[in-house]
Ligand binder design. Sequence first.
Ligand SMILES: [Zn+2]
Length: 336
Amino acid sequence: MAQGFETWLRPNDRGLHCVPGDFYIDPHAPVERAIITHGHSDHARPGNARVLATAETLAIMKVRLGEGVGRSLQSLALGERLQIGEVTVWLAPAGHVLGSAQVVMEYKGQRAVVSGDYKRRADATCVGFEVVPCDLFVTEATFALPVFVHESDTHEMAKLMTSLAAFPERTHQIGAYGLGKCQRLIMMMRQAGLDGPVWLHGAMKPLCDLYERLGIGLGDLRLVSDATDKLAGQVVICPPSTIGDRWSRRFADPLPAFASGWMRIRARARQRGVELPLIISDHADWPELVQTIRDVGAGEIWITHGRDDALTLQCQAMGLKARALSLVGFGEEDGE
Ligand SMILES: [Zn+2]
């Protein structure tokens, strides 16, 4: 019988350690060798000596962390195999944000996959999630409660386009996380027919520029700081924290919106003063999590972060071995 995965994959106080390769995946404290699944700050932290990731993730980390990104950087293309110690490692697309990857590890006839954050829906700004059959699947669980069934993206975009048509005198001020959501939202608006300018809070610009440099065209983007009027009838994308604060007073009767999976919870929208909640998520919802666990066919599931109780029970009901790792430090930045 195959030995337990714990003999070679061990969660500890720095994160998930692959013992025979002596590397960590998304460590939350600096380590000698790290593999980073994607650029969100709760996964890509500064200070590791050696960092392995997709070229896009390394580029994102450089924009966000500058010199702190790591001493030695190595990019690995999706699907390209690398031997690290006794472990064969490759990366498969996770469909979460540009550059996001699952980490596939093969050791002594066992295959383990660490998903990082992922989603199953189409996203024109990154490569779609790939199902990698495996023996152990280590999954996120951000939206792992049956109540989280995200609306279709088409439905949510129709809400936005209807609102834009209904309130031509107001500024639509949309809160969105700066890496991934912002660019995907712009792309979705372009596909929905909005070809005029999209106005950005300064914090959104460096990563939008990087996406453009990496070939993801986002159209006419302008800085709010360059505006000469109150931007009536225009769309502004900004950090969620600016909704309702002093910065918003420059706009024409601002209509606060927020693009996030958490907008499924009405109380959250109300609490933030959001008039137009847009349920647009870069994470799998409950049916997609369960479907993915089915698709990969693993006999054992580990849950890294998020709402692990419900998913643990669900896996057990599916006849699978399940374990909550309760790794600390995840879900702090993007969380949606
Ligand atoms: Zn993420």
